[in-house]
Design a protein around this ligand. Structure first.
Ligand SMILES: Cc1ncc(COP(=O)(O)O)c(C=O)c1O
Length: 453
């Protein structure tokens, strides 16, 4: 049934009243919970309700507000955010400096004319030049990670005149058609094949595979435009490569004339204990993609950045790649503020220190529950906890949720749970998280791996 305009206006007015409220009445809470579930089922996708069952079986949690390192649902229940929105809250939730910058900009101008020059796009591009390694210099701003990958792939084709790509098994680069070609998960790709037909996947973490793939492509004349890799695979299960992997891939790309595209969309902006994950290995990619936490946890923005020699292909026709909302002033000032906070509060260093401590404590916990927890791995505050099965991973996630701590599996499976909190996580919050994890490990271990007395 479709509503007539007067009833639509009543609904929009009601929604706007709720937006403007400082606190919700019991009636508001009940209404919001009910319509959210109902409208998801009827107007978004009922499959999402099924998928989100870890946060909505006996207790339907509808999010409402956030602050610092946690958020609250409409019922006022607070959750410590160990998931960090899959890596978007590196500077925390609604960091005052980011909110202030965006509010100031909003009071003056929200979107751009599309014709005049924009000051904050220019200032952000210069800032990205300053904080990225080596000769990376020119930036294009879009609205998401997948868009950054699309642009990077097109730029690699333009520069090399080649059309083929090498990506890694278990890699994730987004779901738009070009990015999906590089993404590895069969479930997401199969209905759309052949997508970009010449995208080859090789096992991650062993440069010998890249060498033989580049050699055979070379031999058959199907030259590779770029090798596209996440420095640490996020969705694939927090897979950390050996230290010599990226330096070797860099050398191989140079030898075979392929570009190296580093997908830092999840690993960037301090997540792994360095500003960029490739900084751990002193590797400078030809093109770097960024997104997620780039907008300071407040605005969506993504980018790809490259050096002058490669970017020169875009000089004669700058509209060869463009998008309406990319580089809009609200997103650019959010990114400038977010980068300021990262540097000012030394958040990459903090991620390094807190992550090292957290990984050590989780490893000690794993030693107490070796049957339950198969592995703990990661760098900085990008940590994976692996369980023997999807079902057990899911059970641990649900247990933590019941203890007021949010984690989640990866897009590929629930077998590995992700810990990617805001880098502003306090030592007290880390202890609180570890206490909850210990409790849930004990409960789940007793259920599955201890003999009943
Ligand atoms: C490494 C990586 N690349 C690309 C993407 C796609 O980004 P978006 O969802 O913003 O399109 C993601 C998202 O999870 C990601 O983790």
């Amino acid at each position: 049934m479709k509503l007539a305009t007067p009833d639509i206006l009543k609904e929009t007015e009601h929604a706007l009243d709720l937006v403007a409220k400082d606190s919700l009445t019991a009636e508001d809470k009940a209404w919001l919970t009910q319509v959210t579930a109902d409208y998801y089922a009827n107007f978004v996708n009922p499959g999402i309700l099924e998928y989100r069952k870890s946060v909505s079986t006996d207790y339907v949690s509808v999010e409402w507000s956030d602050h610092a390192n946690s958020f609250e649902d409409v019922q006022g229940r607070r959750y410590l955010d160990l998931l960090g929105g899959y890596g978007i809250y590196n500077v925390g939730h609604r960091h005052p400096k980011v909110v202030e910058a965006v509010s100031h900009q909003l009071k003056r101008q929200a979107l751009h004319s599309q014709e005049l020059l924009e000051p904050f796009r220019a200032i952000l591009a210069k800032l990205i030049n300053d904080i990225t390694p080596g000769d990376l210099q020119f930036s294009f701003f879009g609205n998401s990670g997948a868009e950054a990958i699309e642009g990077a792939m097109k730029l690699a084709m333009l520069h090399t005149g080649r059309k083929s790509f090498i990506a890694a098994n278990a890699g994730f680069h987004g779901k738009t058609l070009g990015a999906l070609s590089a993404t590895a998960k069969a479930k997401f790709r199969q209905p759309f094949l052949p997508i970009l037909p010449d995208c080859y996947h090789i096992p991650f973490g062993d440069a010998d595979y890249i060498e033989s793939a580049l050699k055979s492509a070379d031999e058959v004349g199907n030259d590779i435009a770029a090798v596209i890799l996440e420095p640490i695979q996020g969705e694939g299960g927090i897979n950390v490569p050996p230290d010599d992997y990226f330096p070797r891939v860099r050398e191989l790309c140079d030898r075979f004339g392929a570009l190296l595209i580093a997908d830092e969309i999840q690993t960037g902006f301090g997540r792994t204990g360095r500003m960029w994950c490739v900084d751990h290995w002193d590797v400078v990619p030809d093109i770097m993609c960024m997104g997620k936490s780039m907008g300071g946890g407040v605005m969506p923005i993504g980018a790809f950045v490259s050096n002058k020699t490669i970017w020169e292909h875009l000089f004669p026709e700058p509209w060869l790649h463009s998008t309406t909302f990319g580089g809009n002033p609200l997103s650019c000032v959010a990114a400038i503020a977010g980068i300021h906070v990262l540097l000012d509060e030394k958040l990459p260093e903090r991620a390094d220190k807190m992550g090292t401590e957290m990984i050590a404590k989780l490893k000690a916990l794993r030693r107490r529950f070796p049957k339950l927890c198969a592995d703990i791995r990661g760098k900085g505050l990008m940590i994976g906890m692996e369980f023997p099965t999807d079902a057990i991973g899911y059970e641990v996630a649900k247990g933590l949720f019941d203890h007021g701590v949010l984690v989640a599996g990866t897009l590929f499976s629930a077998k590995t749970l992700r810990i990617e909190p805001p880098l502003t996580l306090t030592p007290k919050e880390m202890d609180q998280a570890l206490d909850a994890i210990e409790k849930v490990f004990k409960e789940t271990n007793a259920k599955h791996f201890e003999k009943k007395k």
